[in-house]
Design a protein around this ligand. Structure first.
Ligand code: NAD
Ligand code: DAU
Length: 356
C-alpha cells in the first residue's frame, strides 16, 4: 500500500481517486482537513476497503511513527501543504509550519521507518515529494522555460516554504540515502479545485453574478496542466523515476491570465448562458495586483518525457471544457465548500481590494 498525505485536497484527492481507479493497491490517506481538505472529494470511496482515511498532521511525529509501523506503506507521496499564494502573503505562519516543519517531521519519521526495513523492502521504498514550479521564481517574456537545473529564486512566502521543503528532501537523499523523488509542477486545474484559486473562482463567481477579479493588468503568464495529467506524471515518476532526481511536470500551455478569463467566460456563455443575454465578460473587474506577483512561469518537461515517456493526455481546450462542465455538474460540492470560512476569506481578500 501507499501513504498519501494531503489526499483530501485538490490534487491529492484526484491522485487517490485515479490511483484506485487504475489498480488494486490500497491507499492510506493522511490529511489534517484544513479549510482546503474536504472529505467530499473522496466520497466515492466510502465503503471501499482499499482506502483508509486518517485525520492528522504531517508535523505529528508520534502519529506518523504509528501509521508507518501499522500500515507498512511501500511509498509515501507528499501532497500535504498550505498551497495558496495570497494566503501566504496575508499570513505566512501556517506555510512555515506545514510546508517546512511538517515536511521535516515527515522526512524524519520516514527516515527512521525506512532505516528499519529489511533488504528488499528498503531497496524498493520511495518518498515522492510533490512540489511546484514557483520555487524557480519568475521569468521575463523571452527567457526559456524552467529546467530542473534552474536556480531557485522563490518570491512569495508560499514558494519560499516549498523551496525549503525541496531542499530538505534533497538533503535527506544526499545525507542519509533516503530514496526520494521530487516533482515540480506548473499550475493545475480540474475537478475539486478549491474556489480560492483563479479558474474555479472565475467559474463560481461568474455563475453567482459576481465580479471576476483580475489582478493588475492580467498579463501574468501561467503554464496550465489538467490535474489528471499531473497525477499520471506522479504515478510514472513513482514507478520509474531515478532516485534523488527532480522531474519538472508541465503541459506546454502558457497563457496570460486574461486569456484564461475570456476562455472561461466563453465556455460559460455556451454551456450556461446568462438569462439576460449579456456575456459573462461584463463581470470582469481589474483589481489591485498581488504584492510581489510573479510575471511568468513556464515548465520545460522534456526530461520527464525523454526519460520516462510521460506526456499529458489533455490539451488546454479539452481540459478546460471538462473542468467548466464538472463545476456545472456539481453545484452541491460548490455550495458546500463555500462555507462561512470561505466567505470570510473572499471578504478579506477582495472586498478591501480596490477596483483599478
Ligand atoms: P490544496 O490546498 O488543495 O490541498 C492541500 C491538502 O493538504 C488539504 O487537503 C489540506 O487539508 C492538507 N494539509 C494541509 N496541511 C496539512 C498538514 N499539516 N498535515 C496534513 N495535511 C495537511 O493543495 P493542492 O493544490 O492540492 O496542492 C497539493 C500539493 O501540490 C501541494 O504540495 C502544492 O504545493 C503542490 N502543487 C500544487 C499545484 C497547483 O496548481 N495546485 C501545482 C504544483 C504543485
Ligand atoms: O505554479 C504552481 C502554483 O500554482 C502552485 O504551486 C500553487 O499551489 C497554486 O495555487 C498556483 O499558484 P498561482 O498563484 O499561480 O495560482 P492562483 O490560481 O492563485 O493564480 C493564478 C494567476 O491568476 C496568478 O497570476 C494570480 C492571478 N489571479 C488569481 C486570483 C485568485 C487573479 O488575477 N485573480 C484572482 O482572483
Amino acid at each position: 500500500m501507499i501513504l498519501v498525505t494531503g489526499g483530501a485536497g485538490f490534487i491529492g484527492a484526484n491522485f487517490v481517486l485515479d490511483w484506485l481507479a487504475s489498480g488494486e493497491e490500497p491507499v492510506l490517506t493522511l490529511d489534517k482537513l484544513t479549510y482546503a481538505g474536504n472529505l467530499e472529494n473522496l466520497a466515492s470511496l466510502q465503503g471501499d476497503s482499499r482506502h483508509t482515511f486518517e485525520q492528522g498532521d504531517i508535523g505529528d511525529a508520534e502519529l506518523l511513527t504509528r501509521l508507518l509501523a501499522q500500515h507498512q506503506p511501500r511509498a509515501v507521496v507528499n501532497f500535504a501543504a498550505e498551497s495558496h499564494v495570497d494566503r501566504s502573503i496575508l499570513g505566512p505562519d501556517d506555510f512555515i509550519q506545514t510546508n517546512i516543519v511538517g515536511t521535516f517531521q515527515l522526512l524524519e519519521a520516514v527516515r527512521k521507518h525506512w532505516g528499519g526495513l529489511s533488504g528488499q523492502a528498503q531497496a524498493e521504498f520511495r518518498f515522492l515529494h510533490v512540489s511546484t514550479d514557483e520555487v524557480y521564481g519568475s521569468l521575463c517574456a523571452t527567457e526559456p522555460a524552467f529546467t530542473e537545473t534552474h536556480r531557485y529564486e522563490p518570491n512569495s512566502p508560499y514558494s519560499a516554504s516549498k523551496a525549503a521543503s525541496d531542499h530538505l528532501v534533497r538533503a535527506y537523499h544526499h545525507t542519509y540515502g533516503l530514496p526520494v523523488l521530487t516533482t515540480n509542477c506548473s499550475n493545475n486545474y480540474g475537478p475539486y479545485h478549491f474556489p480560492e484559486k483563479l479558474i474555479p473562482l472565475l467559474i463560481v463567481n461568474a455563475l453567482a453574478g459576481k465580479d471576476l477579479p483580475v489582478y493588475g493588468d492580467g498579463m501574468q503568464v501561467r503554464d496550465w496542466l489538467y490535474v489528471k495529467d499531473h497525477c499520471s506524471a506522479i504515478r510514472r515518476v513513482l514507478e520509474a523515476g531515478r532516485l534523488g532526481e527532480v522531474y519538472n511536470v508541465g503541459g506546454w500551455n502558457e497563457k496570460p491570465n486574461i486569456e484564461i478569463v475570456h476562455t472561461v467566460c466563453a465556455l460559460l456563455d455556451e454551456l450556461r448562458p446568462r438569462t439576460d443575454g449579456v456575456g459573462y465578460q461584463s463581470q470582469i473587474t481589474f483589481v489591485k495586483d498581488r504584492p510581489g506577483h510573479d510575471r511568468r512561469y513556464a515548465i520545460d518537461a522534456r526530461k520527464l518525457e525523454k526519460e520516462l515517456g510521460w506526456k499529458p493526455a489533455e490539451t488546454f481546450d479539452s481540459g478546460i471544457r471538462k473542468t467548466v462542465q464538472w463545476y456545472l455538474d456539481h453545484p452541491e460540492w460548490v455550495a458546500h465548500v463555500q462555507s462561512g470560512a470561505y466567505r470570510d476569506w473572499v471578504q478579506t481578500q477582495y472586498e478591501a481590494s480596490p477596483i483599478v
